[in-house]
Design a protein around this ligand. Structure first.
Ligand code: DAH
Length: 354
């Protein structure tokens, strides 16, 4: 038998074997044995060297034709096998096409967002609008304009993340350590409306704050605050206490006692701290309130005359109150969360509970 006849015979054998391949496994073996790297047809090419030179082109051409024909036949047979296997699987009930699809699981709002929205809604009903100020703030707004000069010991109260300085600019940038700088931004905007007189203000300023601090169960280096600011004519401490009392009963439910203590903040005068009776023990004393019966809810006070002036409001004519409160801690109290680190740990087992 010459090499041409041997080639045709190998072709015949391969065709018959392909027709007999009725499952994916056999088909794969056939491909490896026939057209694979060491397959019989592939190896035929090597025998070309044994032929006289004038027969070689014809032999090579024929091998290529056979290869192409077998490739096409293989593809067709693979399709037949696939269809047959699918039909067999359907018959055996392996695929139940009547099963409903997997439901898409929609996400939901983060506990912090839910809490913020509750706060917006409560203050919204009292006539406060939401005013947003930048996270990356100028040092002057975060400190100086709030009556906290460079040498003031109160600067020690906030350990700060500084942001690389803008080239050729003397202004220093930082991540705001509190939402209070928004007070001056809101005032400057409303004091310079282009109309003849500054406008009264009633805003809350929510936002993330950043402090270069140790992370513990009670404190994160990123957290939310909501600042409140009201500026008008004849605004008094009574308005402030009334607003905070109203907020507390709407947020935590009525029946909680409120008290104010005198305090100190450079941007308010006088300054107070507002507490409410512990929502867990009702004032008897427990671990959450550190056995005092009271929980701190806000720092607050009457806007300092210097700050009013920095905002463009004449302190002889205008007065105002301001307060600052957290967001995660009230949420922790309300929903009995015992570790602030859960908020931004991105653990779905926590997030899905709210
Ligand atoms: N900025 C203060 C802080 O981060 C909180 C605060 C206290 C805000 C008194 C105020 C205020 O508006 O009047 O600790």
């Amino acid at each position: 038998m010459n090499l041409f006849e041997a080639l045709e015979q190998a072709y015949q054998t391969a065709q018959t074997a392909l027709e007999d391949a009725k499952d994916a496994g056999t088909l794969e073996t056939w491909y490896a044995d026939t057209l694979g790297r060491k397959g019989v047809i592939t190896l035929q090419v090597r025998s070309v060297g044994q032929l006289p030179a004038e027969d070689r082109p014809a032999f090579g051409k024929r091998v290529n034709e056979i290869k192409q024909a077998l490739e096409a036949a293989y593809t067709a047979q693979a399709q037949v096998v696939k269809t047959a296997e699918l039909a067999r699987a359907l018959e055996a009930g392996a695929i139940d096409v009547t099963l409903p699809g997997r439901p898409a699981t929609p996400g939901h709002l983060h506990l912090t967002t839910q809490t913020l929205r509750q706060i917006y809604s409560i203050f919204g009903r009292m006539g406060f609008e939401v005013y947003e100020a930048p996270d990356v703030e100028l040092e002057s707004y975060n400190f100086d304009l709030l009556n906290i000069p460079e040498y003031h010991p109160a600067r020690d109260m906030w350990d700060t993340f500084w942001v690389q300085q803008v080239r050729n600019s003397p202004a220093r940038l930082l991540l705001r350590t509190h939402t209070s700088p928004g007070q001056v931004r809101a005032m400057r905007e409303r004091a310079n409306t282009g109309r003849s007189a500054p406008e009264p203000i009633r805003v809350i300023l929510p936002g993330k704050c950043y402090r270069y601090e140790q992370i513990t169960a009670r404190s994160e280096h990123q957290f939310y605050q909501v600042e409140g600011l009201a500026v008008g004519k004849n605004i008094t401490m009574t308005d402030l206490i009334g607003t905070l009392t109203q907020f507390t009963s709407m947020f935590y439910g009525s029946g909680h006692k409120m008290r104010v203590r005198s305090s100190y903040f450079p941007f308010t005068e006088p300054s107070i701290e507002a507490d409410m009776s512990c929502i867990l023990c009702g004032g008897k004393g427990c671990r959450v309130c550190k056995y005092t019966g009271w929980l701190e809810i806000a720092g607050a006070g009457m806007v300092h005359p210097v700050v009013l002036k920095n905002g463009g409001y004449d302190p002889d004519e205008w007065s105002g109150f301001a307060f600052g409160t957290g967001v995660e801690r009230p949420a922790m109290l309300k929903y009995s969360v015992n570790d602030i680190r859960y908020f931004y740990g991105n653990d779905l087992r926590f997030l899905r509970q709210f």
